[in-house]
Write a protein that binds this ligand. Structure first.
Ligand code: FAD
Ligand code: NAD
Length: 479
């Protein structure tokens, strides 16, 4: 049985980054990954690279180009006639990007001497010397050799899977989850999505831009609950104007499908309703993945939702066993998983391992994009902290005007007494890139005055952040 300093279980953005950082710090490291593509080889990168962040952004990019050509190019004096979409080619492009990036991680593993153990890993025991024994079952249905390995430290990074709801059982034909929705071979004429969350809005946008009539059914009465209400109200108006038919307070009670269509039955304040569509995407959240880990048998504790219990340091109740990413509490985001992986690796070698849970950026890649970090105005009202608000619309930003993308705004919330920034919220073009200035400012405990005194290039979208910071003290220039 081969012995390592660390065995990481799962090679998503949590696990693969943890493994690389462990190796950089001089620890002998193995990473167990069960995912196989048709090739039978392990596909690294987890949900994010294979069926999450990357493929969805590839499709958002392609559909954005198409929509721009069809709807906005004419404003630039570009006449486009006969633009049409080759969905098969778009999907093939996405698959190629995924393949390139997952292979890139295999290359990083080789470069860092990380041993990849292909199969489903679980901790079986801990011996008297404190070494954990890990069994790796063959990932392929054809079987294969059962491997065993041991290590003093284990990092569990087994991620998450799409959640199910009983009235809409995924059949991977007409009723699909996010994975299926990334692989349609043609644009559905009519598409329903259950859940107006991040996936519902992103994938709903993709197919709507390509011509689908998209209806999104959301059980809650409010739209995008975690987002600052001023931005979510504005986003709702913009997205519905783009053609997304978002129905709030709509509870799905049943579905039925045949080889022609899917029928979705739901109830809202006005009673029972029924719609028929070509495809149905179920996007009602994700659940922690501990299947195959035998978590409780090996002494790990799960909370009521199935997440592995960890403390602030990602330490489980078993000594030297850590858990990170989607399988533990906190936001289900690739960068959160990766940063936890780095922090745990550093803690293993006795370093402090920094992870600031208060300053994790979120981005929803609709167009305009929605990005934020820190507290919303509603959260501040609940905490009772006295705050000041500065806002600035992209309509007044010259770069946004030149781009023809002037919808949305920047909103900065700062402490009334200290001026310390408490939250920055952006609805606008390239908000996913702009948010990094906000994250950096908050990481350095900046005040709105700090951003106001920082020179921003002209003309640039970032000037909207500068003006919002000035607006905290009612001194924005261009408004
Ligand atoms: P995962 O990425 O789920 O990886 C876990 C890995 O562990 C998998 O490869 C799995 O095969 C493996 N595994 C599980 N059990 C075992 C076992 N017993 N033995 C061996 N291997 C095992 N997040 C963002 O930050 N930005 C985005 O834009 C974004 N877009 C998304 C779009 C979609 C459609 C989806 C579904 C998700 C998106 N996410 C996004 C979320 C992001 O993908 C996850 O937060 C992230 O992948 C979590 O990383 P992880 O390493 O914890 O788990
Ligand atoms: P989500 O939690 O963002 O949204 C799910 C939505 O479904 C919620 O609004 C919820 O109220 C609604 N819902 C739940 N049950 C319902 C029901 N029975 N009927 C109607 N509506 C119902 O979850 P998601 O969109 O599935 O995404 C899962 C997670 O993946 C996200 O929370 C996020 O962590 C991650 N993700 C991130 C990104 C990104 O960072 N850009 C993109 C995609 C996914």
């Amino acid at each position: 049985m081969k012995n390592y300093d660390v065995i990481v279980i799962g090679a998503g953005p949590g696990g693969y980054v943890a493994a690389i950082r462990c190796a950089q710090l001089g620890l002998s490291t193995a990473c167990v990954e069960s995912w196989s593509k048709k090739s039978g080889k392990p596909a690294l990168g987890g949900t994010c690279l294979n069926v999450g962040c990357i493929p969805s952004k590839a499709l958002l990019e392609s559909s954005h180009h198409f929509s721009h050509l069809k709807n906005d190019a004419v404003d630039h004096g570009i006449n486009v006639s006969g633009a049409s979409m080759n969905v098969i080619k778009m999907i093939a492009r996405k698959d190629k990007i995924v393949q390139m990036l997952t292979q890139g991680i295999a290359g990083l593993f080789r470069k860092n001497n990380i041993e990849l153990l292909h199969g489903r890993g679980r901790i079986t025991s801990r011996d008297e010397t404190g070494q954990y024994h890990v069994e790796v079952l063959p990932a392929s249905v054809e079987g294969g050799e059962i491997l065993t390995a041991s290590a003093k430290h284990i990092i569990i990074a087994t991620g998450s899977v799409p959640s199910n709801i009983p009235p809409a059982k995924v059949d991977n034909d007409r009723i699909v989850d996010s994975t299926g929705a990334l692989a349609f071979t043609e644009t559905p004429r009519k598409l329903c999505v259950i859940g107006a969350g991040v996936i519902g809005l992103e994938l709903g946008s993709v197919w709507s831009r390509l011509g689908s009539e998209v209806i999104i059914l959301e059980a809650l009465e409010s739209f995008l609950e975690p987002v600052d209400n001023q931005l979510s109200d504005e986003a709702y108006k913009i997205l519905t104007k783009q053609g997304l038919d978002i129905r709030l307070g709509a509870k799905v009670t049943g579905t039925g499908s045949n080889n022609q269509e899917v029928t979705v039955i739901y109830e809202d304040a006005k009673g029972k309703k029924q719609i028929s569509v070509d495809k149905l995407i179920v996007a009602v959240g994700r659940s922690p993945n501990t299947e195959g880990l035998d978590a409780e048998a090996c002494g790990l504790e799960l909370d009521e939702k199935g997440f592995i219990e960890v403390d602030e340091q990602c330490q489980t109740r078993l000594p030297n066993v850590y858990a990170i990413g989607d399988v533990v509490r906190g936001s289900m985001l690739a960068h959160k998983a990766s940063e936890e992986g780095v922090a745990v690796a550093e803690r293993i070698v006795g370093q402090p391992g920094h992870m600031n849970y208060q300053i994790i950026p979120w981005v929803i890649y609709t167009w305009p994009e929605i990005a934020w970090v820190g507290l919303t105005e509603e959260e501040l009202q609940n905490t009772g902290i006295d705050y000041k608000v500065g806002t600035y619309p992209f309509a007044a930003n010259s770069r946004a005007r030149t781009m023809g993308d002037s919808a949305g705004l920047v909103k900065i919330l700062a402490d009334s007494q200290s001026d310390r920034i408490l939250g920055i919220h952006i609805l606008g073009p390239n908000a996913s890139e702009l948010i990094s200035e906000a994250v950096l400012a908050m990481e350095f405990d900046a005040s709105s005055e700090d951003i106001a005194r920082t020179i921003h290039a002209h003309p640039s979208l970032s000037e909207a952040i500068h003006e919002a910071a000035l607006s905290v003290d009612n001194r924005a220039i261009h408004i």
